[in-house]
Design a protein around this ligand. Structure first.
Ligand SMILES: Nc1ncnc2c1ncn2[C@@H]1O[C@H](COP(=O)(O)OP(=O)(O)OP(=O)(O)O)[C@@H](O)[C@H]1O
Ligand SMILES: [Mg+2]
Length: 292
């Protein structure tokens, strides 16, 4: 449906992305990488806001630049910096965006009503957005991206600032939306896509390192993740020898989860890797922003 063919992007002399090859069918895709990895750059190319220096992006076999308006009619986009109007109600705002997008007034009214229900804001549809929580604003953002019932829905860092309850709601909404469209979302917070993405795309060194299901990606470090208890005094040496993934204090000891490439010791417990472990392993040498 959506195919990225050997796409590279340069800004002057700086290469932001190199030889990206990807294919998307209906479902949720999580674009994962630390700050500056190139997620927004890739997303902006998929939304035709910027153009590849090399390569092409095809929608149903045709270059999206050639499709132009026909492609954009099928595209929904929530930018990383989403601009809304605090003194508008969600209903006013969505009607305003509908007008900008050229929807006929009576159709727009119906669609806005449907969407407010879909994102669970019908009870506050006439309230000013000034007092909305991060999650409520984000749902307004998703609703505006959904106005034209897009076949390709792109969300750039949509989970920043959501509380746990809002995250669950967001997950369920995306699962529903992805039944009949491609949904691509970017994040540097692993736990946010762990349970919603059908596939994860990991960007490293300006290119795609992995594109696979979470289950398969976790296999990369299968058999190398352990947990053990150590004394606090030994922590520093331990970290020098092994890649520590997480640490917690328990009964005066330190329980560490770590990666070891070598043979197993007696008091180590082998554990199954999760996507967060893989993330830490893959981006070990980069500056990470970790949240949970
Ligand atoms: N218009 C531009 N001109 C020059 N360099 C740019 C431009 N846009 C992005 N870059 C550079 O390209 C790289 C990738 O940036 P991008 O914004 O795509 O990263 P990101 O993965 O979205 O990061 P974040 O998680 O912080 O949003 C960065 O080094 C950035 O400085
Ligand atoms: Mg970005």
């Amino acid at each position: 449906m959506l195919v990225i063919n050997n796409v590279s992007k340069e800004f002057g002399n700086f290469c932001a992305l190199r030889n990206i090859n990807l294919e998307f069918t209906n479902g949720v895709y999580g674009l994962l990488g630390p700050n500056g990895a190139g997620k927004t750059t890739l997303i902006k190319m998929i939304t035709t806001l910027i153009f590849p220096t090399k390569g092409e992006i095809l929608y149903n076999g045709i270059d999206i630049v050639k499709l132009d308006g026909k492609y954009r009619d099928r595209l929904g986009y929530l930018p990383q910096e989403f601009g809304y109007y605090k003194s508008y109600s969600p209903k006013q705002y969505l009607l305003y965006i509908s007008a900008l997008k050229g929807l006929v007034r009576h159709k727009a009214k119906n669609r806005v009503g449907e969407l407010l229900k879909l994102v669970g804001l019908e009870n506050v549809e006439n309230k000013k957005m000034r007092k909305f929580s991060g999650g409520m604003i984000q749902r307004v953002g998703i609703a505006q991206a959904m106005l034209n019932d897009p076949k390709v829905l792109i969300l750039d860092e949509p989970t920043a600032g959501l509380d746990p309850k809002e995250r669950v709601r967001f997950r369920n909404l995306l699962a529903e939306l992805s039944r009949d469209r491609v949904v691509i979302l970017s994040t540097h917070i692993v736990s946010d896509i762990e349970s919603i993405a059908n596939e994860i795309i990991m960007i490293k060194d300006k290119t795609v390192l992995y594109k696979d299901s979470i289950k398969n990606i976790c296999k990369i470090i299968q058999g190398r993740v352990y947990e053990t208890e150590i004394d606090f005094d030994d922590a520093q040496n331990f970290r020098k020898e092994y890649l520590s993934l997480s640490e917690k204090q328990e009964n005066g000891k330190l329980v560490v989860r770590f990666i070891s490439e070598q043979s197993i010791e007696n008091n180590w417990k082998s554990v199954s890797p999760n996507i967060e472990d893989v993330f830490l392993y893959v981006y070990n040498d980069e500056n990470l922003v970790q949240e949970s």
